[in-house]
Design a protein around this ligand. Structure first.
Ligand code: NAD
Length: 325
């Protein structure tokens, strides 16, 4: 891939897209960022940033014009609270975004296309236990994702596969497993578990009320991957010649209760966990990184403790600024 390649990042106003733009900029690419909004916490380093709604085909045509590579990250998404209660909206919005983006990439002659899929595509029946067997890419079928969000991701994986087969566009597909880090949504209802827990712990620390609410019994398990590792994985996959879906995530599984303990250690406080009813998603989830190691000769390297320390620091600053204002 030549450094003079022109790149489009969709979802560039969002968490992963914004970090990806900064990373690709350092590598010397010319970048167009597209999103329905500009990044919330920091200015984009994109050479051009277009505010466009990709549910409209004319907008997607503008977005994909004159670029060699597309990183398709735009999606209507959020944490479990959002995903489990907006099925029709998510299915409609994300289908429109992905159909328009790949089709206009094809008509505009884009050579290489990265699609951001998710661990949410894995079938619910494989994720009923906290101590589940880590999920291999081939476990996706027979399909039974828990939510519309996962079904749409699965169909879009197939969509890009057929665009390769029928139209020759080079496609790459990553299945992200719970990506977290600074500059991600931390309040408002779309935040995911690591950011939500960091916020709750920061509020506990700053207000002195040390009771922290946890959705469910806190025994549900997940693996969490720090943003810098995710970005490195995206780029390595895009550079590779591997066209099948690939997990990008950590394979260290922790319970939500353990996640809270790590964050309270970082914050230097003790909290009382109050378990309340709330959407929890599947009971357990972990990434099997066998294929990732084989295909990219790499896997995520930043420890959960290190990643959370960086994330907590940033979120505590945000909470402090909000409390003061
Ligand atoms: P995010 O919500 O921060 O970013 C997505 C961006 O897409 C947002 O800025 C949003 O405004 C934009 N968008 C939504 N609708 C749009 C539209 N109609 N037109 C143009 N832009 C639109 O989410 P993220 O965490 O940065 O996720 C990026 C991608 O990775 C998404 O496709 C998401 O589904 C996928 N993913 C993320 C995770 C994770 O843990 N963060 C896990 C699995 C998959």
């Amino acid at each position: 891939m030549l450094k003079k390649d022109r790149v489009l990042v969709t979802g560039a106003g969002g968490f992963i897209g914004h970090h990806l733009v900064s990373y690709l900029k350092k590598k010397g690419y010319w970048i167009r960022g597209v999103d329905i909004k500009e990044p919330e916490y920091e200015k984009s380093q994109a050479d051009e940033f277009l505010v466009l709604d990709l549910r409209e085909k004319d907008n997607a045509l503008k977005a994909t014009k004159g670029v060699d590579h597309v990183y398709a990250l735009a999606a209507d998404m959020g944490g479990m609270g959002f995903i489990s209660s907006n099925h029709a909206t998510i299915l409609y919005n994300n289908s429109m975004i992905n159909l328009n983006t790949i089709e206009t990439a094809r008509t505009n002659g884009v050579k290489r296309y990265f699609y951001a899929s998710s661990a949410c595509i894995y079938p619910e029946y494989r994720q009923k236990e906290v101590n589940l067997t880590p999920l291999k890419e081939e476990d996706a079928y027979p399909a039974q994702p828990q939510d519309a969000y996962g079904w749409e991701k699965l169909v879009s994986e197939i969509l890009v596969k057929y665009y390769h087969e029928e139209h020759g566009i080079e496609t790459r597909v990553a299945r992200f497993h719970n990506i977290f880090g600074p500059l991600g949504t931390w309040d408002g209802g779309r935040e995911k578990a690591p950011a939500a827990v960091c916020r709750k712990v920061a509020i506990a620390k700053l207000t002195g009320n040390h009771e922290v609410e946890i959705w469910g019994d806190g025994k549900q398990t997940r693996s969490f991957c720090y943003i810098d590792d995710c970005i490195e994985g995206i780029y390595k996959l895009m550079m590779s010649d591997f066209r099948e879906p690939l997990n990008i995530g950590q394979d260290r599984m922790v319970t939500i209760n353990q996640l809270v303990d790590i964050i309270t250690d970082i914050a230097g406080i003790k909290v009382v966990k109050k378990h309340i009813t709330g959407p929890q998603g599947v009971r357990g989830r972990n990434s099997d990184n066998t294929r990732l190691r084989k295909e990219l000769q790499w896997e995520p390297e930043i420890s959960l403790e290190e990643g959370l320390a960086r994330t907590y620091k940033w979120i505590e600053e945000q909470v402090k600024a909000k409390i003061v204002s």
